[in-house]
Ligand binder design. Structure first.
Ligand code: SF4
Length: 339
């Protein structure tokens, strides 16, 4: 049975109930469809075997059950897996699955490409092709879980794109992750290079998700050199938005900091970082090992542990995120749709 029409993934349970009612069917049919979609993970409407044939025909004639199509998969020696998908509405994005003891994190993309052109990032070199729809963001996790059968415990919005420049779709995906895929928002992290308006909107939300801010340098001129967007948004404005976020939600944020050799790894950089983390901003620092990107002039710093120590001596909480999947270009800043 070939399905056409609007993507079925966008429907809430209430929408499905209304639809089954309009077909003169009992309400429990909506629950059945919901379970097939979100718990059992069917790949065709025909598999919904406890639905009457007439209802399956109606479903297929009104809604589309489309999936991201797997174009390529790479497996790292550390077991990280990277998937390149052709998305239901066109364009290719990457999703990374990272196993680490009993934690299984899926790193998802929120845009096809990215407009921000951060100087150290492979995705930034692609430019922006289009915004992903909310259901397309959500389907990346769905596909890893249900189509590939991999465990998923955590989700990070750290793949291709700037999530807060696709705010509505990201919130739709966030809601779907908790309500449809039953993932606790506490295990979901949204990462941004610093869009104050978006951070302030997130500050108003009630779900207990995590926020990460890609700082990379607390010295404005250096940050502008790494992130062109920073020339248009003063660091102080972002700091103010983060402070509001921490106060309103009574939470900490994570400052992501890719440590680059000879660029942002000096004592002066540590001092600037120390000054950035002051009330109302409450933050821990996550130092990230950089994976070199061919054609880009940066190298990962060898001073990771030393820099961490210097932050801790200044009273900051600092952890190191070791690179995963670097051999398959699945690490931080490496997503560029290579096959
Ligand atoms: S680091 Fe993030 S925001 Fe910057 S270019 Fe890469 S994907 Fe875009």
């Amino acid at each position: 049975m070939v399905s056409v029409g609007a993507p079925i993934w966008t429907l809430s349970l209430a929408d499905l109930e209304e639809w089954t009612k309009s077909k003169g069917e009992p309400l429990y049919r909506a629950q059945q469809i919901w379970r097939w979609l979100w718990e059992k993970g069917v790949s065709s409407i025909n598999q919904m075997s406890d639905l009457p044939a007439r209802l399956r025909v109606s479903l297929a004639s009104e809604f589309a059950l489309t999936f991201p199509q797997l174009v390529h998969e790479s497996v790292s020696k550390d077991k990280t897996r990277k998937f390149l998908w052709e998305m239901p509405e066109g364009g290719r994005v990457e999703t990374v699955w990272i196993p680490h003891s009993n934690r299984y994190t899926v790193c998802i993309s929120s845009q096809v490409g990215c407009s921000l052109n951060c100087r150290f990032c492979a995705t930034g070199q692609l430019g922006l092709e289009r915004q992903l729809k909310g259901y397309e963001i959500l389907l990346q996790v769905y596909a890893v879980k249900h189509l590939l059968g991999l465990p998923v415990t955590h989700v990070v919005f750290m793949g291709m794109g700037e999530p807060l420049l696709n705010y509505t779709a990201v919130i739709e995906a966030l809601t779907g992750l908790s309500q449809k895929l039953k993932l606790s928002p506490k295990r979901i992290t949204i990462s941004t290079v610093g869009i104050p308006k978006g951070i302030l909107r997130l500050a108003e939300r009630k779900e207990p998700f995590e926020l990460a801010f890609s700082l990379h340098s607390a010295i404005p001129e250096k940050r502008q050199m790494l992130i062109p967007l920073a020339a248009h948004i003063p660091l102080e404005e972002i700091r103010h938005a983060l402070g509001t976020y921490c106060e309103k939600r009574q939470e900490w944020v994570t400052l992501e900091y890719v440590l680059l050799e000879g660029v942002n790894d000096t004592p002066k950089d540590a001092e600037a970082l120390r000054a950035f983390v002051a009330p109302p901003v409450r933050a821990k620092v996550n130092l990230i090992q950089y994976n070199p990107v061919p054609g880009l002039p940066f190298q990962g710093s060898k001073r990771l542990s030393e820099f961490q120590k210097s932050l801790m001596q200044r009273g900051l909480l600092a952890t190191i995120r070791r690179s995963r999947g670097a051999d398959i270009a699945a690490g931080c800043g490496q997503l560029a749709r290579q096959v």
